[in-house]
Design a protein around this ligand. Sequence first.
Ligand SMILES: C[C@H](O)CC(=O)C(=O)O
Ligand SMILES: [Mn+2]
Length: 337
Amino acid sequence: MTQLKITEVALRDGSHAMSHQYTVEQVRNITKGLNAARVPYIEVAHGDGLGGSTIQYGLSKTDELKLIEAAVEEADFSKIAVLLLPGIGTIQDLKEAHRIGAKMVRVATHVTEADVAKQHLETAKNLGMETVGFLMMSHMAPVDKLVEQAKLMESYGADTVYAVDSAGAMLPYEVSEKIKALRDALTVNIGYHAHNNLGLAIGNTLAAIEHGATRIDGSVRALGAGAGNAQTEVLVAVLEKMEVETGIDLYKMMDLAEEVVAPIMQTTQEITKDSLTLGYAGVYSSFRLHAERAAKKFNIDSRDILIELGKREIVGGQEDMIVDVAAELAQKNQVTV
Ligand SMILES: C[C@H](O)CC(=O)C(=O)O
Ligand SMILES: [Mn+2]
C-alpha cells in the first residue's frame, strides 16, 4: 500500500479560525513542533490562500510571505505547502512562494471549475513543485461531475487530486462512493480534506482511506474553519490503532496540541450551533465568522443567514453575499413584525 501522507493545515485553514492574526512567532513554534513530530507537509498561507489578505476575505496581521519564510526556516524535515485559489492568488504569488522555499502548491477551485487551475498547475510543475488539485465543496457535485473535474486536474499535471468537504456536509457513504470513483478513474494520488461540522471528520477520513485516499488533511487541535478539520493527533492515534503507518510521532503531536496550539486559540474548538448549521446546510466553513459578524450587525440569528446561504448555493469567492443576505433577512423581519 502507498504510504499515507498527512498534510497539516492549522497554519492555513486555521488562519480562518484565528481571524488571520497569526504572528511569525506562533508560526515558528507550531512549525517547530510539527517538524519534530515528522509531519510530511505543513500548509502555510492566509486561510483563503496566497493573496487572500483583503477586505473581502479578511486582512492578515502578518504578511503571509513572512509566515511562509519562517516556516521554511524551521522545517528541515517537513515540506512547506501553500494554497492558491486562482482569481485570489496570482502566478506571481506562486513564484514568490516557490522562491522562498514552498515545495508544494495546492490549487483550489470550486468543484465544477477545475479549468481555472490549468495555468497555475502547469506553472508549478515547470517550477518543479509538487502539485495538488483541490476540488472544494465536493458535496455539491454528483459523482460523475467530480470525476470529470478531477480528470481535468490530472490532465493539467496535478500529482494528487483532493475531494474537499469544505462545508463538512458529506456523510460517510458519500465519501466512500466519491473516493472510490476517483480511485477507479485516476492514476494519480487521491486526497481527502474534512471539516468536523457534523462530527464526522475522523469517520469520513477513515472511509476515504478505506476507499483509496492516501493523502489526508488534518489540523492539530482541530484548528481549522468551522468546527475544524480531522484533528491530526486524534487521527494519528486512530490510524496507529489500525496499524496504518503515518510516520508521525503521536506523543509529540499531543504535546504540541496541548502546550503550543491550545493556548493561542481564540476559542476552544467545539461543534457550536453555527458550525453544526454549516454542515447541515452545506455552507463553506470559512463563512462562519463572517456570518456571525453580520448577524450581530443586523441583530438576526446567524443560523438563518447560513441556512439562506445554503439554499442559494453561495460558494467561496461570494463572501460579499453574506452581508447582503443578512441585510435582506433583517429587512424581511422588520416587514413581518
Ligand atoms: C479556501 C478554503 O478555506 C479551502 C479549504 O480549506 C476548504 O475549502 O475547505
Ligand atoms: Mn478547509
